[in-house]
Design a protein around this ligand. Structure first.
Ligand SMILES: Cc1cc2nc3c(=O)[nH]c(=O)nc-3n(C[C@H](O)[C@H](O)[C@H](O)COP(=O)(O)O)c2cc1C
Length: 306
């Protein structure tokens, strides 16, 4: 590490060398990307949502491009928690970057089952709880209702002392209210946002462009929505906020930091260039140097509204 501004951020017990993470579902289990970039340039990797058993996901087609965003209906395809522990964690343990393991499920018992299997698995730095997948039945139930959100986080809080990050859906009226509920239930951080429900139609065939008919919209199209969500949440809760949605550049990341995010995640941009997260981290450092700013903390929440 060369001299320069301090990019490190802390979220409870989770310390990140820089505030740039890669988002769940857009970076596999890390190993798929090791040949494209030096993964130690990232603040951390959030792995694909894990469910109790391997899951094939939704019927194809599962991705469609729209004007400024991507629609997907992958539906939590994953190797299952047991294969993750034996086949994916050994590689992740070798990396000099934070490992944030994202878990999900249908009913609460499935989240608990996955978490119980991961407790004691060496090398995990934090858990991100996907309470917000629009592509599985019941996937958003936990982040659309404050008492249910609190119930889920409260149950998981009892199982692990590691940092818990609650990942919220934007498909609600009051996202800050959900954030307040998970804070109260013991979450260490909140991540916003997951994808926005959307659809697209092929007018020649008059068929939906996704096999699951509807999916989740991501990419630059959702950045203003994500930014407003982060701003609202950061004003409501004391725990750190992680911003995600349409980040393609350091300038985008800076907007989120100024709005109050302590860290950000790069998602869809990884499909354009898998090195985006590392480039954003480097460019963020350069921006701080150019401005003569010693620490990224001077940027976090620095938005001026008067
Ligand atoms: C193809 C794809 C798969 C995704 N899978 C997951 C997932 O398994 N778990 C999760 O919490 N979020 C998942 N997401 C949501 C992203 O992590 C992120 O919250 C969202 O895409 C917004 O960020 P972006 O605009 O930078 O992509 C997925 C997104 C995409 C595009």
């Amino acid at each position: 590490m060369t001299d320069g501004p301090d990019l490190s951020v802390r979220m409870g017990a989770l310390v990140l060398k820089n505030p740039i993470l890669v988002a769940s579902g857009t970076f596999g289990y890390g190993s798929e990307y090791g040949r494209f970039l030096d993964l130690s340039r990232l603040g951390g990797i959030v792995t694909k949502t894990l469910t109790p058993t391997p899951w094939p996901g939704n019927p194809p087609p599962r991705a469609a491009e729209t004007a400024s965003g991507m629609l997907n209906s992958i539906g939590l395809q994953n190797v299952g928690v047991e294969a993750f522990i034996t086949e994916k964690m050994p590689y992740l343990r070798t990396l000099d970057t934070a490992r944030i393991v994202n878990i999900g499920g249908g009913p609460l018992e499935e989240f608990v089952e996955v978490m119980e299997k991961l407790v004691g698995c060496e090398g995990i730095d934090a858990f991100e709880i996907n309470m917000s997948c629009p592509n599985v039945a019941g996937g958003m139930d936990f982040s659309t209702d404050p008492p249910r959100a609190a119930e889920l986080i409260g149950a998981l809080r009892k199982i692990t002392p590691l940092p818990l990050i609650a990942k919220l859906t934007p498909n609600v009226t009051d996202i800050a209210g959900i954030a307040a509920a998970v804070e109260e239930a013991g979450a260490d951080a909140v991540c916003a946002i997951n994808t926005l429900r959307g659809m697209a139609i092929d007018i020649e065939t008059r068929r939906p462009r996704l096999g699951a008919i509807m999916g989740g919209l991501s990419g630059p199209a959702i950045k203003p929505v994500a930014l407003a969500a982060v701003y609202r949440i950061a004003r409501r809760v004391r725990i750190p906020v992680i911003g995600v949605g349409g980040i393609m550049s350091a300038e985008d990341a800076l907007e989120f930091l100024m709005a109050g995010a302590s860290a950000v995640q790069v998602g869809t941009a990884n499909f354009v260039d898998p090195r985006t997260g590392a480039t954003v981290a480097d460019d963020l450092r350069d921006w701080l140097v150019k401005k003569g700013i010693q620490t990224v903390h001077d940027v976090i929440g620095s938005l001026s509204t008067t």
